[in-house]
Design a protein around this ligand. Structure first.
Ligand code: PMP
Length: 442
């Protein structure tokens, strides 16, 4: 629809802008906060209201927002060259690649870039299939989240009423262990063994043809913050070795210090064949990609090239971000602050019965709210209220609206968050939970 008259005031732009956005315009857009400024662990809205941002904007500002080193590096790059198609290298592309090679685990020495996690996952899938000619299956986990492109949606937890199914690839989903809700009263190690057994049976009897890759998030994020046990990871690695299957770890959420280690692969001491990265690397600029084993063949011309896939400004921001994560020892800070947060949350759980479970590691922190600790029934209304009342008290907690899994509250501030800010956010959380319990909301 075209406008009949040009808007004259900012407020008119705001209203027209809100009505015209295509993403979910009728349900909730009006309640969205309009952000105007960000610095470190704080953001300000267009009315000047300040918030502690414990979402790091989709857990992406691992280095606090608008870090001056990142901003300066991006500006310096802007003055030189802002765009180069993939047929060309830029100095900053090569610098970033050489730097990343120094920190990637094991032999993950080949690096490819794009601008979004979903496309990084697609790149990983493409590389796996390229290296397993003739294979026709990809195995993923049942509560996975790998993105929102058509392919990565299909690889994710079955989206209720997914309108794109007719044109989606079909992947095979297998069960995984869940430490909070183990099946049939099993302990987590027994469940881990059972899931490995079912995975191997799926490879040998559950699919036609051969399997190119098994893809998983080492710590499952959007599908419910499920911390997979090390025994499961070791077992999957072993199965991939025995069957000649490529192991893809989707580290888009766990990479660059979020778990208290540079990568979840370091945290678990497991070596995937391909690892995706995204979110935290760009210091707020869009950047994602893959690290791949030296053993794998790379892409040939035309197989994976995106016009803006090697955006020099994001690369410069990433060089500054990675330097800062290392020099400021942010992995250590994430570990220390994460321990402080989880200890306090466990303490809080003693008097706030809504808290069913506390999860880490590092600053990959969340609590699961339940109506009742025995039944573990999700307390989704309470979680919504935590988010709403947190906003009123100046703290943005992470909520999870993904596919009806609405009872997690995530505390994932930047890795350079201070103990004072963490303490404030936890005090607010305790107050908010107390008021929600008093109002009998679950
Ligand atoms: N994989 C994982 C594990 C993620 O958490 C996400 C984003 N939440 C993605 C892939 C998709 O990334 P993007 O939104 O940048 O496409």
């Amino acid at each position: 629809m075209s406008l009949t008259a040009a808007p004259t005031k900012d407020t008119e732009y705001t209203e027209i802008g809100k009505k015209s956005l295509i993403h979910d315009p009728r349900s909730g857009n009006d309640n969205k906060i309009t952000l105007a400024r960000a610095r470190g662990s704080r953001v300000w809205d267009d009315q000047g209201q300040e918030y502690l941002d414990f979402t790091s904007q989709a857990w992406s500002n691992n280095l606090g927002a608008n870090d001056p080193r990142v901003v300066e590096a991006a500006i310096a790059q802007l003055r030189e060259i802002t765009h180069a198609r993939p047929n060309f290298n830029t100095a900053v592309l090569l610098e970033l690649t050489a730097k990343l090679r120094e920190i990637t685990p094991g032999d993950l020495n080949r690096i490819g870039y794009c601008l979004h996690g979903s496309l990084a996952v697609e790149m990983a899938i493409k590389l796996a299939f390229k290296n397993k000619p003739g294979a026709n299956n990809l195995i993923v986990l049942q509560d996975a989240y790998h993105g929102r492109s058509i392919t990565t949606m299909a690889a994710s937890w079955p989206h209720p009423n997914n309108p794109f199914l007719a044109i989606s690839p079909r992947f095979t989903r297998v069960p995984h262990p869940d430490p909070y809700r183990p099946r049939l009263g099993m302990d987590i190690e027994a469940e881990s063994k059972l899931c490995l057994h079912l995975l191997e049976e799926t490879i040998t009897k559950g699919v036609d043809g051969s399997v190119a890759a098994i893809m998983l998030e080492p710590i499952m994020g959007n599908g419910g913050h499920i911390v997979l046990p090390v025994s499961f990871h070791k077992g999957v690695r072993d199965i991939c070795n025995r069957h000649g299957i490529v192991l893809i770890w989707d580290e888009i959420q766990s990479c660059f210090g979020r778990t208290g280690a540079m990568f979840a692969a370091d945290y678990y001491g497991i070596q995937p064949d391909i690892m995706t990265f995204g979110k935290g690397i760009g210091g707020g600029f869009p950047l994602a990609g893959i690290f791949a084993s030296d053993k794998l063949n790379g892409f040939d011309a035309g197989e994976d090239a995106l016009t803006f896939g090697q955006f020099p400004v994001a690369m410069a921001a990433a060089v500054a971000t990675v330097d800062a994560i290392i020099s400021d020892k942010l992995c250590d800070n994430a570990r220390r602050l994460g321990e402080y947060a989880t200890e306090r949350l466990l303490e809080m759980a003693k008097h706030r019965k809504l808290i069913g479970h506390v999860r880490g590691p590092g600053l990959f922190v969340s609590i699961e709210l339940v109506k009742d600790r025995a039944s573990k029934e999700p307390a989704c209304k309470a979680a919504e209220e935590v988010y709403r009342r947190g906003v009123q008290k100046g703290v943005l907690f992470g909520d999870s609206r993904y596919a009806g899994l609405g009872n997690l509250i995530k505390l994932k501030p930047p890795l350079d968050c201070t103990i004072a800010d963490m303490s404030t956010a936890l005090d607010v959380l305790d107050e908010v939970l107390a008021s929600i319990e008093a109002d009998n909301i679950a």
